[in-house]
Write a protein that binds this ligand. Structure first.
Ligand SMILES: *[C@@H]1O[C@H](CO)[C@@H](O)[C@H](O)[C@H]1NC(C)=O
Ligand SMILES: *[C@@H]1O[C@H](CO)[C@@H](O)[C@H](O)[C@H]1NC(C)=O
Ligand SMILES: CC(=O)N[C@H]1CO[C@H](CO)[C@@H](O)[C@@H]1O
Length: 214
């Protein structure tokens, strides 16, 4: 296994295929999320492209420019942003404000959610990235947003996101110069429709606009 340089102390880096395999098991939860996302019509939704992360050669930091071997690639700042709908009685914050990554370099970050109500809550997160043209290259290996999250009354949980920017972004004229990315989550509370068993948000989602390119 190739040794990774831990250049960024705040970033936890993994390139272990085993870890990815284990995490990959929750992939089955994606369709539920997709359905929710499709229903809300958000744009700028990052793709969770399984092919990208099952190809281990993509999960290495890209140190040089694909068009110029002598030119180093620059780190890209990923900043995290978290909001929630008015209806959901919990707090939801990123545990670190930002991470700097190279294309192909995997990174792990956490968000913290706290239920300060006296009821159990089911939450569903939607996400978007800014600028949204980077979304096709923003690959999530594991994300709390793939599944509904149930918080018991009073509970505090850490929600992981394990991601990388696909190195192909460097070959796309639209994205090769992107140096600043925002990953933005919004939590909605949800309930199960007793008729069809589907999760439905408790909020009027049309009030929320996400994923607009600046
Ligand atoms: C390749 O990168 C080097 C270092 O940044 C630069 O000096 C050189 O001009 C670049 N070559 C081309 C063809 O752009
Ligand atoms: C994050 O999403 C919320 C709505 O869900 C939106 O109001 C906010 O502008 C978004 N922030 C960014 C940086 O896209
Ligand atoms: C404020 C807090 O920590 N959480 C609330 C969430 O739910 C429990 C119910 O057991 C409340 O007692 C807490 O006040």
């Amino acid at each position: 296994m190739r040794e990774l340089k831990m250049r960024n102390q705040t970033t936890l880096l993994y390139s272990t295929a085993g870890l990815i395999l284990t995490l990959g098991l929750s992939y089955a939860a994606v369709p539920l999320y997709r359905a929710f996302c499709a229903a809300t019509g958000y744009s700028g939704t990052p793709m969770t492209d399984r092919e990208r992360y099952s190809d281990a050669s993509r999960l290495h930091p890209t140190y040089s420019d694909p068009f110029n071997e002598t030119k180093d690639t620059e780190r890209i700042r990923i900043s995290f942003s978290a909001t929630h709908s008015d209806q959901i009685p919990w707090s939801f914050v990123p545990e670190q404000p930002e991470i700097y990554v190279l294309p192909g370099e995997t990174a792990l970050t956490f968000f913290k959610a706290h239920n300060y109500s006296d009821k159990d809550i089911i939450g569903i997160a939607t996400y978007n990235v800014v600028p949204d043209r980077i979304a096709p290259y923003f690959a999530k290996i594991e994300c709390f947003c793939f599944e509904e999250q149930k918080l018991l009354a009073g509970e505090v949980i850490d929600l992981p996101v394990f991601f990388f920017l696909d190195k192909d972004m460097l070959e796309d004229g639209e994205t090769r110069d992107v140096k600043d990315v925002i990953l933005n989550y919004t939590f909605f509370s949800a309930r199960r429709n007793p008729v069809n068993g589907q999760l439905e948000p408790d909020t009027d989602l049309s009030k929320y606009r996400v994923g607009k390119d600046a």
